[in-house]
Design a protein around this ligand. Structure first.
Ligand code: FAD
Ligand code: GLY
Length: 370
């Protein structure tokens, strides 16, 4: 039966939950205190990289990320069709570079477990590495190649997702400055700063790095913190960098518009999302080590966003015990773009009272509360 769903937060997670719920026939309202995609989501590099972002082993978080990667082709097609807008979705594959022989040993053990999940993963070394990625530093000794990892252009993706929501009939209210939950135990009421009240039967919390503000309302520990990511872009000739390339200090992603996006710092700076000289200098030093041709270049664009980090690195994803009409979808830290389709699908399942296909035990929003 169709429900009135109120979604707090219009980042990629809020919009994905809105789109999925709307496709299931619910009446959906998104409340955003600023602009949709105006925070972490619009700042992202757009990598869909479960293997490169999870190097330790196949835990529940990796499996969630992988499930989402595999939903992306159909999800992207659906968003493109409903929005009538294109966004870049490039299946370039990735290379995770090593600069020391000792690092190749660790890479071999990573390949050992990743092979069980990744078709075509392999280690490329020496001449072969330079053949597949000609501009990479001569000091790189090997790289773990994962052909399945891909990337999207995040600002356009989020805009298309917002447009898809609007075209599908989601009501979106932006620039609310603040939206406060007034009632949630039975029916839901959220009040904006200008005095409007938005009522519903279901509530989805997608407030990213600001989720901790809700601790008092729900009586829960919600250890979600902002971790600033500073990032920059160079202008380069198309085709100079062929893959997404990761290293121990960061990553570079070549976009179809001729930019090379290079990220990103992980700063503890509260809600300060400014760009600093130190942060960008550090990125530049590392970028030159990976791609020496960048020595000659200056980034033409620098920006930053606040990732929603959690105490244990896992998102808060699930319905509250005893209050199944309240769903949390926050704290996606470094992987919110990648996790957007699976999060949307899980939120819609929970709103429908269905058991999601992905087990959620590890992601309970109440796991930090005694
Ligand atoms: P946000 O986009 O921050 O959205 C939360 C929204 O909630 C905000 O717009 C905020 O204004 C709103 N809000 C908060 N409180 C309220 C309230 N009370 N009322 C109304 N609205 C409210 N992820 C990847 O998967 N791949 C990448 O390559 C990648 N690269 C990144 C690079 C950088 C530099 C950064 C910073 C992040 C990157 N990420 C990446 C991470 C990704 O951007 C985040 O995980 C994702 O954007 C989180 O989405 P969100 O919707 O939860 O948060
Ligand atoms: N996932 C890349 C980043 O968060 O910087």
């Amino acid at each position: 039966m169709s429900k009135r769903v109120v979604i707090l937060g219009g980042g990629v997670i809020g919009l994905s939950c809105a789109f999925s719920c709307r496709l299931r026939g619910h009446r959906v309202t998104v409340l955003e205190k600023g602009r949709c995609g105006g925070q972490a989501s619009g700042a992202a590099a757009g990598m869909l990289a479960p293997f490169s972002e999870n190097t330790e082993g196949a835990d529940d978080f990796f499996r969630l990320c992988l499930a989402s990667l595999r939903l992306f082709p159909q999800w992207a097609e659906q968003i493109g069709r409903v929005s009538g807008q294109d966004f870049e979705y490039s299946q370039t594959g990735s290379l995770y570079a090593a600069f020391h022989d000792a690092d190749v040993l660790a890479m071999e053990s990573r390949l050992g477990w990743q092979r069980n999940y990744a078709g075509g993963a392999r280690i490329v070394e020496g001449e072969m590495l330079r053949l597949v990625e000609p501009a990479i530093s001569g000091k790189a000794v090997a790289a773990l190649h994962n052909p399945e990892e891909s990337h999207i252009y995040a600002p356009h993706y989020v805009k298309s997702l917002e447009q898809a929501c609007r075209n599908a009939g989601v009501e979106i209210y932006e620039n609310l400055e603040q939206a406060d939950i007034e009632q949630w135990r039975q029916d839901v009421a959220v009040r904006s700063k200008n005095g409007s009240t938005f009522a519903g039967e279901r509530l989805v919390i997608c407030s990213g790095a600001w989720a901790q503000e809700l601790e008092r309302i729900f009586g829960l520990n919600i250890p979600v913190y902002p971790i600033r990511g500073q990032i920059c872009a160079y202008s380069i000739p198309a085709g100079t960098v062929r893959h997404m390339v990761f290293g121990s200090q960061g990553y570079v992603v070549s976009k179809a518009n001729g930019t090379l996006v290079c990220g990103a710092s992980e700063d503890v700076s509260g809600f300060d999302d400014s760009v600093t000289d130190n942060g960008i200098s550090r990125l530049r030093r590392w970028n030159k080590q990976l791609f020496p041709f960048l020595e000659e270049r200056q980034p033409f664009h620098k920006w930053a966003g606040l990732r929603p980090a959690t105490q244990d690195g896992y998102p808060l994803l699930g319905a509250l015990r005893g209050f199944g009409h309240v769903v949390f979808a926050a704290g996606h830290y470094r992987n919110g773009i990648l996790l957007s389709p699976v999060t949307g699908s899980i939120a819609a399942d929970l709103i429908d009272g269905r058991l999601p296909a992905v087990p959620l035990d590890s992601f309970s929003p109440e796991r930090f509360t005694n």
